[in-house]
Design a protein around this ligand. Sequence first.
Ligand SMILES: Cc1ncc(COP(=O)(O)O)c(C=O)c1O
Length: 355
Amino acid sequence: MSYNISINKAEKSNLDKLDFDNIPLGTSFTDHMFICDYENGEWVNPRIMPMGLIPTHPAAMALHYGQAIFEGMKAYKNTGGEPMLFRPEQNAKRLNKSADRMGMPNVPEELFVEGLKELVSLEHNWIPPQQGSALYLRPFMYADEPFIGMRAATHYKFIIMASPAGPFFSKRIKLWAERQYIRAAHGGTGEAKAAGNYAAAIRPTELAKAKGYDQVLWLDAAEHRYIQEVGTMNIFFKIDGEFISPELDGSVLHGITRASVIDLLRDMDYKVSERKITIDEIKEASANGTLEEAFGTGTAVGIAYIQEIGMDEETIHVSDESPVGLEVNNKLNAIKIGDHEDKFGWMLRTRKELA
Ligand SMILES: Cc1ncc(COP(=O)(O)O)c(C=O)c1O
């Protein structure tokens, strides 16, 4: 099915105000956004409009009851200068998984991908030219029905906005294994990319940063031992030659970078296990010298190498180097810009005439 997306172009572009050599983080937005409304049980009026404010009723249900979910992904320019999307259908599937958990309607996958393609085609000049840069894309959905009362809303907006992101250099990070606060419990909303999950993580993250750590390493809600994930990343450990990532048990976000890294590692003949893993196992592996490396994976950073983990009064040394993490990161980045064979078929062209 093809959607009839209307386009209302901005009178003037703000592109000339952007300094591509000094892109501010998360504060500049492209000239347009994609919007679609959910009314009477269907998505209507898909359109591209000039980026701007959206009138919101103070009783909009998302503001009170938290029906708000989002996605995060990037458009890259390949070596031929063509804008490309990385596995966008996976983001569409995950948005709908989040929607199911939060009692919200699904967005048809074709609408999600067509909205992205149309927006990125229009805004391709905003994709920064420097290697490692990208156009960050933020599809999101929220309940905009004005109503006081606890039930699923009947009106929603699905919006995609775009924000240029400068080159990101993976650095070594330090994690704080959080024993008091939790991110997700079994039966909760951990595997939904729901706004409320992030709100609940803000305070613990601030406390970890005040202690000198970069991110929180989340542990399970019941025993505070089983590792879940990190800030906005999934996590991998290499112990005695084998990679281990915590299993997707309902409390962990289904990271698209995580899934891609598992494919790449297996393709490189590494053994990868998705299983339960405790912080005690990491401590022991560090002590007996079998902990070889660890890294976080996510759209924003690609791969972030983990140097150490702080917990209670102690510090677990992880590693000073991540040779395999580095290799996988380089491979992933090369696939995204068309500099390495896309053998898994991950990249999608955005220009319809080229498709
Ligand atoms: C909580 C959380 N975990 C993991 C990830 C990594 O997911 P992805 O690789 O799809 O960006 C993210 C980022 O979206 C996240 O917010």
